[in-house]
Write a protein that binds this ligand. Structure first.
Ligand code: ARG
Length: 427
């Protein structure tokens, strides 16, 4: 029987290894679907960057024609996915200070931020809002191989109401400036989705309620109507795009769920009935619960307005308590951090917060891998180490299911079967 198994394995291995461009070996990898480790993997990746097969490394003879990335002692996990980043924002510059910089400054720092994010183990990010189609530019530059960075799902401009979280509210009327993505009716909302899609949006981001860093609005106040959100969701879904709604206040969260929005960002003040509604509709919650630590510790030193700090003090703790209730209730949860509020590259710090507030380590890891792949509509591409998926993975030493903080310092990052970052020298 045993000999038959090995023969069968070898037969299965031989053809895949011929077509593979690289093979990655390590002590074990985490199968996030089952939550179990698989020992001694040899993960073959083809020219197209996708995994062609996984064998037991002890049964494989490695050919010189294939690049061998050997990571002895390492535990592999799927490349991490952050569902809420702003690569063209900086934590170090807040409030009115941003007005001192020229428009393309944000694109320049965005290039560096993309590199930091990839080095931190995040091989896919959803960029939910940037100006000037900067995130489409980053996506094109990364996919073309000119700069290093994660796979990017760009939202481009976030759609919002006049005077709302996604408008420009920092100036007096004599300097009247309206964000190009502002809409004030269902018809305008529909047209805006079409326009963003035309220029490269692969997800639609909307601002359903007020926010912490927008000036002059109530953080919990609803800003887009149910009808506007329905128009956006219908139009986006017709185009096979998902919709992410920034929403702190309960009413805005509820209407977003009823409108058919796919992911609720922040979800800070959702009450129990709304949590049940999210569960019933299978609406994902994507809650940035690390942020509060950074925002309160930094205070106004980065230029953040006192008004924003006051709002943060109102919602920070409540958001974490809502997270705990949502996890307990069984709402489908994602890993999204709002990177750019805190420094890029520190994304993985949120794992420990998610465990502190009620998740098991495997649940937190799933939120950043298999669940994220599903919520992106890219479950066949990212989120698992499995045949057909991109060969995206991170290596850590030790057991992240015991200590999720190990993910804060990954030893190696592989994207599309290529070693893109290695922070410790090979032994
Ligand atoms: N972009 C969000 C806003 O301005 C950040 C919220 C951060 N605070 C938090 N507790 N998650 O509303």
């Amino acid at each position: 029987m045993r000999r038959f198994l090995i023969a069968a394995l070898l037969a299965a291995v031989a053809p895949v290894s011929v077509h593979a461009a690289s093979v990655i070996t390590a002590d074990r990898y985490l199968d996030v679907a089952t939550g179990r480790y698989v020992e001694h993997p040899a993960i073959f990746v083809g020219d197209d960057g996708r995994i062609t097969g996984i064998s037991d490394a002890r049964t494989v003879r490695f050919s010189d024609a294939i690049k061998h990335i050997d990571l002895p002692g390492a535990t592999l996990l799927p490349g991490l996915i952050d569902m809420h980043v702003h690569l063209t924002s900086l934590a170090e510059i807040g409030g009115y200070r941003g007005l001192q910089y020229t428009d393309n400054f944000w694109m320049a720092v965005g290039v560096a931020n993309a590199g930091k994010t990839l080095d931190a183990g995040f091989t896919t990010v959803r960029n939910v809002g940037s100006a000037n189609f900067d995130d489409v530019a980053l996506e094109q530059a990364i996919d073309g191989g000119w700069i290093a960075g994660p796979r990017i799902v760009p939202a481009t401009y976030a759609i919002g109401a006049t005077g709302g979280h996604c408008d420009d509210n920092a100036l007096p009327p004599s300097y009247d400036k309206k964000q190009v993505s502002v809409v004030d009716s269902p018809a305008e909302a529909r047209a805006k989705v079409r326009w963003l899609h035309k220029y490269g949006a692969k997800v639609i981001k909307i601002c359903a309620t007020g926010g912490v860093f927008s000036l002059g609005d109530s953080v919990g106040g609803q800003q887009l109507s149910l009808e506007e959100m329905k128009a956006i969701a219908d139009e986006a879904h017709m185009l096979h795009l998902k919709v992410a709604a920034h929403a702190h206040g309960d009413e805005g969260i509820r209407d977003a769920i009823l409108a058919g929005i796919d992911t609720i960002e922040h979800a800070s003040l959702a009450n129990d009935a709304t949590i049940q509604l999210a569960k019933a509709h299978h609406t994902w919650f994507d809650m940035d619960i690390y942020n509060d630590d950074y925002i309160l510790a930094t205070g106004t030193s980065n230029g953040t307005e006192q008004e924003s700090l006051d709002k943060e003090k109102m919602i920070g703790l409540k958001q974490r308590q809502t997270f705990q209730r949502a996890v307990r209730a069984g709402v489908p949860m994602l890993f999204g951090t709002d990177a750019g509020i805190y420094p890029h590259g520190q994304n993985a710090r949120q794992f420990a917060k998610m465990v502190e507030w009620g998740m098991t380590p495997i649940e937190a890891i799933r939120a950043a891998t298999i669940s994220a792949g599903q919520a992106l509509g890219q479950a066949e591409d990212v989120g698992q180490i499995a045949p057909g998926r991109f060969g995206d993975m991170v290596a850590v030493k030790g057991d992240p299911l015991q200590n999720v903080r190990l993910l804060e310092h990954v030893d190696a990052v592989v994207k599309g079967g290529k070693l893109v970052a290695r922070t410790v020298p090979a032994p």
